[in-house]
Design a protein around this ligand. Sequence first.
Ligand code: DAT
Ligand code: MG
Length: 134
Amino acid sequence: MAHEDTFIMVKPDGVRRRLVGEVISRFEAKGLDLCRLEMVLPDSAIAAAHYAEHEGKPFYDGLIDFITSGPVVAMHWSGESAITVARAMMGVTDPALARPGTIRGDFGLQVGENIVHGSDSPESADRELALWFP
Ligand code: DAT
Ligand code: MG
């Protein structure tokens, strides 16, 4: 167990559906610390950098269109095992399969609109925090 920093983002569907407060409330109630927050309309450059690992996959173009389709809320959270804890609270990638009680399980139904992003490792967190909070 260790203190971790993680990058969490409310995606455009989450913002459009007014779920920003819901997402923040859950992480706050869990005991994680909100360190930085900014609402930003991602351009194609930051979208491509953020999702570089998915370039070439069948869903990549749709993913870039989606993430640039409206403002997102970019956040830096920290706390004990913050990366793992946040991923567990988000639920699995496909909201149709995500367990009730998770953010995706409670609010989503389609894999292309799964409300929230969270770093999947310390390396991803370092990279994503540097990208979104230069
Ligand atoms: P996660 O967001 O859980 O880390 P990921 O990194 O595998 O998932 O994928 C990034 C995003 O890409 C995901 O949140 C939604 C989209 N995505 C993943 N797999 C997909 C698929 N099979 N069809 C459509 N979109 C997909
Ligand atoms: Mg991922």
